[in-house]
Design a protein around this ligand. Structure first.
Ligand SMILES: [Mn+2]
Length: 432
């Protein structure tokens, strides 16, 4: 007997992958774990008969010759199938988009796509299998749930391509939104209600923020959605939720910000998490929520930039040229360095201007090549202090349409921040 199964606490991607795999392996029985998440329960309450699903109770494990595992390849996430772990001669086939797992088999189809179902949809397309609109709808639900409607950074071009393929196969967006919207369900509603009742606003560095501390009972999905709703309702510039899971003794910290000045990704990185300027999270072990709150407040109220300052991402040392050097020399240096401009400094390394290829257009006579740089440099250079934020640097670049800004500390140039540096930062390409 061939069976297909997926991880416990199954979500839409798990069910979608399970059903998709049953098209790839038509002889197999699709076994859905007993524990499935709330969204999926609501969906299956109506759609169950459309899919030929088996429960683990229906299966005699001794008879299983081939096990197809989708959307995981970790034994401890299979639970009800764990007895198979020690079955000799069991053939295992894996389809998964998680990098980690302990199921060992030569038959692995693993790629870190946004959703697991993407891999199977690709296979279905390759084998030219027919799929019904309701199957396409389910597959797209899995795909959208795991990729946040193709917005999560883990989304690959393959995911978007698969979404297009499924829409072409008549996936129904109406049904899809009905079930996916339940990401905000009763549990989430209860938490939001409690958060609003206890809400406190604070004014800090000129912005309104709110930090909610809550105890939660076990894993609750989609707290990020709850927090975004909370931020909107309380109407603050930035909101943070510190959710303490008492049993696991862990704290989930989630932040949302609507303003550049409070960079959630930066804050979360400082406490061991991650994210982007507008949204981020961190999972902390055995930390007191009050301590986390203090930490956040301290970080926001000024030390926010102490973790990642301009000096962390700027380029240095900077090649500069003395004001009295000859134009000829500047031209030669720029050519050698392959850059378009460089700061001009006096003997104390104070920035006086910038000499760039553009300035060479001002040269009229051959003897100008022998003139001092200061005669042709551009004055009134935009500079930035080393303790300013990266956002501020980016703003200056946009405002003045410049690609590089000298970074100044105590009147001296200590580095240069370039457009590439800021892009690298914003796109989260910083090494951890
Ligand atoms: Mn998945």
């Amino acid at each position: 007997m061939v069976i297909i199964t997926t991880h416990k606490g199954s979500d839409f991607d798990a069910l979608a992958s399970l059903v998709a795999a049953s098209l790839v392996y038509p002889e197999a029985k699709a076994v859905l774990p007993s524990s499935i998440n709330t969204n999926l329960k609501a969906f299956l309450a109506i759609h169950k008969d459309l899919f030929n699903l088996f429960s683990p109770r229906d299966i005699i494990l001794e008879d299983v010759k081939t096990l197809v595992v989708v959307d995981t390849h970790s034994w401890n996430r299979l639970e009800e199938m764990e007895p198979l772990k020690n079955k000799p001669d069991l053939e295992i086939i894996v389809w998964d988009h998680h990098a980690k797992g302990d199921i060992v088999t030569p038959n692995k189809n693993i790629k870190e796509t946004g959703a697991c179902v993407t891999l199977l949809v690709k296979e279905i397309e390759k084998q030219k299998k027919l799929i019904t609109p309701i199957q396409a709808t389910l597959f797209l639900m899995g795909l959208y749930e795991d990729t946040g409607n193709l917005t999560f950074p883990s989304t690959l071009p393959e995911d978007a391509y698969a979404a297009g393929f499924l829409l072409d196969r008549k996936a129904d967006l109406q049904i899809l939104s009905t079930f996916l919207r339940q990401a905000y369900g009763k549990k989430q509603k209860d938490i939001l209600f409690q958060m609003i009742q206890e809400a406190e606003r604070k004014e800090i560095i000129g912005f309104s923020i709110s930090i909610a501390k809550m105890e939660i009972d076990g894993r609750i999905n989609n707290l990020a959605i709850v927090l975004e709703m909370y931020r909107e309702i309380i109407n603050v510039d930035a909101a943070f939720g510190i959710f303490k899971d008492v049993e696991q003794n862990k704290c989930m910290v989630i932040g949302r910000s609507n303003i550049d000045e409070i960079n959630v990704g930066l804050l979360m990185r400082s406490i061991g998490g991650g994210g982007h300027p507008g949204a981020g999270s961190a999972l902390l072990k055995t930390v007191n929520p009050d301590t986390i709150e203090e930490m956040l407040l301290e970080l926001i109220s000024g030390n926010q930039h102490s973790s990642v300052m301009l000096s962390d991402i700027m380029s240095y040392p900077v090649v500069t040229i003395n004001e009295n050097a000859k134009i000829e020399e500047a031209a030669m240096m720029l050519r050698e360095l392959g850059c378009t401009g460089m700061p001009v400094v006096d003997k104390d390394e104070h920035v006086l201007g910038v000499i760039s290829r553009r300035d060479f257009k001002k040269l009229r006579k051959p003897k100008h090549m022998q003139s001092p740089v200061k005669a042709f440099m551009t004055r009134n250079v935009v500079t930035i202090s080393h303790d300013k934020s990266i956002i501020e640097a980016a703003r200056l670049m946009i405002k003045h349409d410049i690609g590089r800004i000298p970074v100044i500390k105590k009147d001296k140039i200590v580095g240069i921040i370039t457009r590439t540096d800021t892009l690298t930062y914003f796109y989260d390409l910083l090494p951890d």
